[in-house]
Design a protein around this ligand. Structure first.
Ligand code: SF4
Length: 344
């Protein structure tokens, strides 16, 4: 009989009874090699618990990167970081943003549409775009933002203008591999929670150099402030010439293992309604994630200005990946789901 670490079996038994692992348990699960039987069992358990928690519903979100500029955050993992980027400055026009948003939302299948900016962004312009889009895209499609830091009054204004949520986090080694202060990033999270926005969080950007302790610490932050609406895991994409390129990239299998630990860690968090895996892949979608993103425009993990020509997937490709991963339905709003078919 195959031997499985007894401590892992104990953690997974407790998870099946509804108890989320603590920090030491997460560190332990993350310390196994991704090809170990323990890692496979952790992924399988997270997968089955997630499917019953989310009723085997998959979800598709989309993101439009509305601008590109050498970004002063200089994140060493990002293709836009000032000091190592080869991109200049370019902005999508309002017309292009509107056309792209309508294209993404016309089939009424997206749960939410995100607008993404660099760390520095023009707040008034963002509000203008939110106003332009909010009445034009379907009312049931949530509009969300992935932007730099913001204060409480801005978070409240975004909410009042119809923004439903914001993606925000202090990333792995924030302040070391970036020029940003993790305290400012976390202050924005407090602001968005206080304003009543949904909090989108993620364990990212994971590279081979991150230790199980670092990963556990960062992923468990998603349970703070009452918990995030969306959690997930994202690998760092190898970008030639970027300062962290020397470390290489983790495998999708390792990403699946972290996704599974995230899923187990959020078992008892009522607020968490979706688990993402970025870049989208089927290992993640069979390891606890039920959510992937379609992307267009700027993408920090891409070396092309328009990600839909390279890394970004469209909605049809996302639905196909969800179907192939065994999801029976697509959740398009809190109360509406559509059957997933093999020819979507
Ligand atoms: S990850 Fe975001 S904040 Fe960091 S350099 Fe890239 S665009 Fe700027």
């Amino acid at each position: 009989m195959i031997k499985i670490d007894r401590k892992v079996l104990g953690i997974l038994d407790k998870a099946r009874e509804g108890h989320a692992p603590g920090k030491e348990d997460c560190i332990h699960m993350l310390s196994f090699h991704e090809i170990s039987p323990e890692a496979s069992l952790i992924r399988a358990t997270a997968d089955s618990l997630m499917r019953s928690k989310f009723d085997n519903n998959g979800m598709v979100f989309a993101q439009i990167g509305i601008e590109i500029a050498p970004c002063p955050a200089s994140c060493k993992f990002c293709s836009f970081g000032e000091g190592h980027t080869s991109f200049g400055t370019s902005n999508m026009t309002d017309e292009d943003i509107l056309a792209t948003a309508l294209n993404f939302t016309e089939s009424n299948e997206l749960y939410a549409l995100f607008l993404m900016t660099m760390h520095n962004y023009d707040y008034d312009k963002l509000i203008r775009i939110v106003r332009m889009l909010r009445n034009k895209i379907p009312a049931e499609t949530k509009l969300c933002v992935n932007i730099g830091d913001f204060d409480l009054s801005q978070a409240r204004e975004l909410k009042a203008e119809g923004v439903a949520g914001a993606y925000h986090l202090a990333r792995l080694r924030e302040g070391i591999d970036t020029t940003l202060d993790p305290k400012s990033r976390n202050a924005s999270i407090k602001n968005l929670k206080e304003a009543g926005l949904d909090w989108y969080y993620c364990c990212e950007p994971i590279g081979p150099e991150h230790t199980p302790e670092e990963l556990a610490e960062q992923l468990l932050f998603g349970r703070e402030f009452g918990g995030c609406f969306q959690h997930g895991a994202m690998n760092r994409i190898y970008i030639p010439g970027s300062p962290l390129a020397r470390h290489g990239q983790i495998t999708e299998l390792k990403l699946g293992q972290v996704t599974a630990v995230v899923t187990l860690a959020m078992l008892e968090t009522e607020a968490t309604k979706t688990i993402g895996v970025h870049e989208p892949n089927q290992i993640g979608l069979t390891s606890g994630a039920n959510t992937i993103y379609a992307e267009t425009g700027a993408n920090p993990r891409d070396t092309r200005e328009e990600t839909s020509t390279n890394r970004g997937r469209d909605i049809a490709a996302c639905k196909k990946m969800l179907f192939e991963s065994g999801f029976s339905h697509l959740l398009t709003s809190p109360d509406k789901r559509l059957p997933l078919k093999n020819i979507n």
